[in-house]
Design a protein around this ligand. Sequence first.
Ligand code: AMP
Ligand code: ZN
Length: 114
Amino acid sequence: MEKCLFCEIAKGNIPATIEYEDENVIAFRDINPQAPIHILIIPRDHIPTVNDLTPDHQAIIAAMFQAVQKLTRDNKIDHTGYRTVFNCNRDGGQDVYHLHLHVLGGRKMTWPPG
Ligand code: AMP
Ligand code: ZN
């Protein structure tokens, strides 16, 4: 089976700029940032997409949003604002099939996102 890129980052086998980690999640800088601050928050567990989430993942989902709050406070964008995004499957623009929450900030976002 092909190795999952984000599982390898979570295990420390592939380097990343880690911004936060706890027992449930890891947050690291996106390698191709789309805003001055672009962080990805991933679960340690391999969950491919939003479609695969179940009630058993409650603690992981909560941890992802607690990480959003901490990271946006630490980067001082909590009050100016930021965007969180889950891309899902082909039409959602998902490239990496290990659940990840994009946190983008440090510039004014536009809508619709395209
Ligand atoms: P998505 O299109 O929602 O699946 O997002 C995948 C994201 O992962 C993109 O924003 C990529 O820039 C980012 N990415 C891909 N490889 C790496 C890597 N090795 N380290 C950090 N971010 C990555
Ligand atoms: Zn994975």
